[in-house]
Write a protein that binds this ligand. Structure first.
Ligand code: DGL
Length: 268
């Protein structure tokens, strides 16, 4: 048994789609979340900048006596996972590998679409991870940067979101994909609109499901699950604008959260 919390981070509210899954699959675990609301979006930034941000956030989370870290951000996973795993002496799980495995197992016609931020698509992280599992799979990638501000604004199911999705997803029209990876943790917040536009025949992959499973396996292996006797008290930290974060978090998690605490991440 290990009563310590799990650190989870993202550039903003997107990582809450991963938190939701962890809460579902591991209800006794305590979570310390950090959303980098002052520096969102990460998707337009360079590998160096995203890696610097990841390191600062991990240093901050490690002051909270955590037992593991989930990088609940595809951009940070794609651009900094290997470097931070080398740098820090704590188990760190990213979202790309679990999502790629799930997509490879799901496709029947070996044609997978991948949507993510510019930095994730540029890194080819999903493409490479999918090809590693099955080299016969063909991938089709597209960055959809406007989905992130829509999710941060809570505009996840209105006519603007629909039009943006329609414009982006036209890209896949003649590609005959049967599987589409939501390669950004903000995107599951727009799942309904994306599914409506892409059509019912395309299976959407939300890597969060597999990430929570991988975390469970890791904790079981280390006898690191939390004892259920005390109910978990989650904490939420941000680098800016707590009120907006709390509002969107309540929608994403379908319950209200304790007040988010603003910290100066540049100090770490
Ligand atoms: N939610 C993040 C991801 O999974 C980052 C989005 C962004 O900040 O651009 O890629």
């Amino acid at each position: 048994m290990d009563q310590r919390p799990i650190g989870v981070f993202d550039s903003g509210v997107g990582g809450l789609t991963v938190v939701r899954e962890i809460m579902e699959q591991l209800p006794n675990e305590e979570i310390i979340y950090f959303g980098d609301t002052a520096r969102v979006p990460y998707g337009s930034k360079s590998k160096e900048t995203v890696t610097k941000y990841s390191k600062q956030i991990i240093r901050f989370l490690m002051t909270k006596n955590i037992k593991a870290i989930i990088i609940a951000c595809n951009t940070a996973s794609s651009n900094s996972l290997e470097e931070v795993q080398r740098t820090f002496d704590i188990p760190i799980i990213g979202v790309v590998e679990p999502g790629a495995v799930m997509a490879s197992r799901t496709t029947k016609n070996n044609r997978i679409g991948i949507i993510g931020t510019e930095a994730t698509i540029r890194s080819k992280s999903y493409e490479n991870a999918i090809k590693l599992h099955n080299k016969d799979i063909q991938t089709f990638s597209l960055s959809c940067p406007l989905f992130v501000p829509l999710a941060e604004e809570g505009w996840t199911n209105n006519e603007v979101a629909y039009l943006v999705a329609k414009k982006y997803l036209e890209h896949f029209h003649a590609k005959e994909i049967d599987t589409l990876v939501l390669g950004c943790t903000h995107y599951p917040l727009l799942k309904d609109v994306i599914q409506e536009v892409i059509g019912e025949n395309v299976c959407l992959i939300n890597p969060a499901l597999e990430v929570a499973k991988e975390l469970k396996e890791l904790l079981l292996l280390r006898d690191g699950l939390r004892h259920p006797s005390q109910s978990p008290r989650h904490s939420f930290y941000v680098s800016d604008n707590t009120t907006k974060f709390e509002q969107i978090a309540a929608i994403a998690l379908k319950k209200s959260i304790p007040h988010a605490i603003k910290i100066d991440i540049e100090r770490y």
